[in-house]
Design a protein around this ligand. Sequence first.
Ligand SMILES: [Fe+2]
Length: 333
Amino acid sequence: MTAADIPVPKGMRYDERRQFLLPQGLVARHLPSHPLFPRPKRTSQAVAFDEMSGNTTLGVHMSQVAPGGMKPGHRHLDEAVFYIVSGHGWSELKQSDDAPVQRVDWKAGDMLSIPANAWHQHFNGSADEPALQLAFKNTRLLRKLFGSRDFVYANEFRLADRYNDEDDYWDSRTELADGYIAQNRIADVANVPLRDAPDAGRLVSMEKYRMGGHLMLDVVAVELGRKGHVKAHRHLVEEALLAVKGHFRTLIWHENGREELIEWGEGDILFPPLNSWHQHFARGHEPVRYVAVRNVFLNRAFGLDDHEMGTVLPDRYPDVLEPDLDRDLPPRA
Ligand SMILES: [Fe+2]
């Protein structure tokens, strides 16, 4: 059966060139059973949440590795972070062409990162069950900025400062001076210990991760205690929030007058629209947790450190209007 034979569900569209089913809206529910469409060019089944909330710089795809199967090995300049939705398997990674591959095993609930332009390949570890991978990428921004597919997919430059076949790539964990943890694999992200973050809201704990040496994709795990909430905030970043434990009530509002109350929970993925105000509240009696992946390229370009609660724009108005030099200027014509 080809994609052309399958009716496209309401509220979605199918892009024939990209071979992607593209849901629209703010939230996609229950990823483990979400509809997928055939993607012959990758011998896969997939759905892309690229157009959710009108996003243009954060790509989010979910694709299947067939039982007993594998994805083609390849390199791409885009930064990638994966969350394993279901199944188990392994990935192989190397930087230099003649290096031995470094294998990492993964299972549902794990996160891992592929360094930009490193060679990698994914394998399903089960002969019977498909594995579902949710990939977060900055591909769409790179394609837009450089206008060249080959620049992203056939680039000979190697970002060796991010990954140079280090033996401990999959196991290292380093606390960075800015409070981030440099870590390339997070096993069972729903249950890893987090640190109290009272500045972020009531009963909030979190950990911020720099994965794969990425400069644009920013990963934060956030937990809310019973009746906890994140402070209302907005930011000039596109973000995807994946609920990994419990249920949430999220308020989203905008200066244009739109206001939405979204109930969402484990297995759902939420996309607050760019620069909308939003606030997340815990529901139920147990702690709840989500993982946010954001493309923070604007913050980085403007030199802003506060990726979390989202400085909107820097104050660039200078105290000094011009240098005061004791010299005679030539008369103006
Ligand atoms: Fe946010």
